[in-house]
Design a protein around this ligand. Structure first.
Ligand code: UD1
Ligand code: CA
Length: 497
């Protein structure tokens, strides 16, 4: 077995060209910070140790990947990519195998490319292997300078390059596999100031100086990556968008290979951390974000936005649902236009319909809330029917209160349940009720005033004002006039109702 790789990922820079107050490696593509994508590819290589060099916004960068098995070293001042590697000198000295160095801004890099670089390194017997690519527009990148025999001599940064060098279209991708002892020797020289600043202009120490040194001390092995876009760093917002599109395409391909139907992959937005079971169908415009997990045979319809959701097998999420941080069981149906806020647990077979909003609410098996309803801080049992327009009044202006609706209860349409309140098992609430007291099991609660009919009232009122002579009047204006007239009837003045 060959000695395991030690990985160093550089993520201390600010990324000026992003024109952002956030460090570049924290910008997200397909739901993950750029750095997290890089670390996922590196981890696939099973390195003995992964060290991330942090500096700019170090705390936020650490926090963004804190759950991964990586360690951090601080580069307090960003004095170039070579100076960044120097901060991981202890790790280099401890390495028993080659050192993989790469930058935190190459989110599309594939594990297969990293292992090909490792093979190139091990087979060559040279102190350094690097990945290069040929691009149509090499502006901004370091150019790879080769001699007449095609051997790599050095890398020259764009800003330091001559006209002739700028015409070279082979670029340094920033992926290197380096012999640990060779690297340690160079770092010692940098440490002692024996290596002058690579750029007189900025005082930076370039990691790319290592390439020239390797060329003199045993040669450089170059791996040309055919698909340049995979290994290009993200430096601008435009490149961020391109990288995100590429990552999404990769993600969609992976799910389709695992048996998920994605109707239109280019118009579907699935984050890197999402899991989807086989035979689920995802329609265009769906966004599956964060740690969302979808079961098998489910449907995620047009325009649904799911963030950190768990959705069971065979459940249908109809168009334009917005759901977050909640769980839905199997065989359920939500939407269209259902809103679920954090902290909800919906059991198997639950139906929640259009313009229903839920928050911190639990709903038991087979219960239904199909139309125009707000349920917040509620615990709802099995087989409950929530009528259209039901509202849990959970907030008294200062505190939130709980509503409990027990198994088999029926809440008539347009009812308000003023919490804290409990509707007992199998109880009924008459529609239009304002429930302020607990309803015992099996009871019918009616909490609204009784209807009064006034026979002959319309004729007694006399002709409607504006009902004749203004045939072109707009509907709204007519009804407005009708309301006015109605308010002046003697019956209403007496207040009898
Ligand atoms: C670098 C290479 C260039 C290559 C290009 C590929 C050098 C000198 N140049 O240029 O040859 O073509 O990548 O994308 O290496 N970083 C630190 N500390 C620092 C400076 C940078 O950690 O002091 C990190 C950044 O966070 C970033 C990475 O190193 O993740 C690369 O830095 P960046 O400024 O993007 O280098 P480029 O100019 O793109
Ligand atoms: Ca870069």
């Amino acid at each position: 077995m060959s000695s395991p790789v030690t990985a160093i990922v550089l993520a201390a820079g600010q990324g000026t060209r992003m024109r952002s107050s956030r460090a570049k490696v924290l910008h997200e593509a397909a739901g993950w910070p750029l750095l997290r994508h890089v670390l996922a590819a590196v981890r696939a290589l099973e390195p003995a140790r992964i060290t991330v060099v942090v500096g700019h916004q170090a705390d936020q960068v650490r926090a963004a990947v804190a759950d991964l098995p990586v360690e951090f070293v601080l580069q307090a001042e960003q004095r170039g990519t070579g100076h960044a590697v120097l901060q991981a000198r202890a790790q280099v000295l401890a390495a028993s195998g080659p050192v993989l160095i790469l930058y935190g801004d190459v989110p599309c890099v594939r594990p297969t490319t990293l292992s090909r670089l490792e093979d190139t390194f091990r087979r060559s017997g040279r102190p350094l292997a690097m990945a290069t690519a040929r691009v149509a527009d090499p502006a901004g990148y370091g150019r790879v300078v080769r001699d007449a025999r095609g051997e790599v001599l050095r890398v020259v940064e764009h800003k330091d390059a001559s006209e002739a060098e700028r015409a070279l279209d082979e670029i340094n991708t920033g992926l290197y596999m380096v012999d640990a002892r060779f690297l340690a020797a160079w770092l010692a020289r940098v440490e002692q100031g024996g290596s002058r600043a690579s750029s007189a202009l900025t005082g930076e120490v370039y990691l790319t100086d290592l390439v020239a040194l390797a060329a003199q001390q045993g040669g450089v092995a170059a791996l040309e990556v055919a698909d340049a876009e995979e290994v290009l760093g993200v430096n601008t917002r435009e490149e961020l968008a391109r990288a995100a599109a590429r990552l999404r395409a990769d993600i969609a391909r992976r799910h389709m290979a695992a048996g998920v139907t994605i109707v239109d992959p280019e118009r579907t937005y699935i984050d890197a951390g999402v899991e989807i079971g086989p035979d689920t169908i995802v329609h265009p415009g769906a966004h599956l974000r964060g740690r969302t997990r979808i079961g098998a045979g489910a449907t995620i319809d047009v325009g649904a936005v799911l963030t950190d959701m768990v959705v069971g097998d065979g459940t249908e999420i109809l168009p334009y649902c917005v759901l977050e941080q909640s769980e839905v069981g199997a065989g359920a149906r939500l939407g269209p236009h259902t809103r679920i806020r954090p902290g909800c647990h919906l059991a198997d077979g639950v139906h929640v319909g259009n313009f229903v909003e839920l928050k911190k609410t639990t709903i038991g098996p087979g219960s239904k809330a199909n139309h125009l309803t707000y349920l917040g801080d509620a615990t709802i049992g099995a087989g409950v029917n929530i009528g259209a327009g039901t509202i849990t009044c959970n907030y008294d202006g200062a505190r939130k209160h709980q509503t409990v609706i027990e198994d088999g209860a029926f809440i008539g349409s347009d009812s308000q349940l003023v919490a804290p309140v409990t509707v007992g098992k199998d109880a009924y609430v008459a529609s239009g009720s304002s429930i302020t007291e607990d309803v015992p099991p099996g009871a019918l609660a009616i909490a609204r005033s009784r209807q009064v009919n006034k026979p002959g009232w319309v004729a007694a009122r006399g002709p409607k004002r504006g009902s004749a002579g203004h045939p072109t009047e707009k509907a709204g204006a007519v009804s407005g006039a009708t309301r006015e007239t109605a308010a002046r009837t003697p019956a209403d003045k007496r207040g009898s109702r």
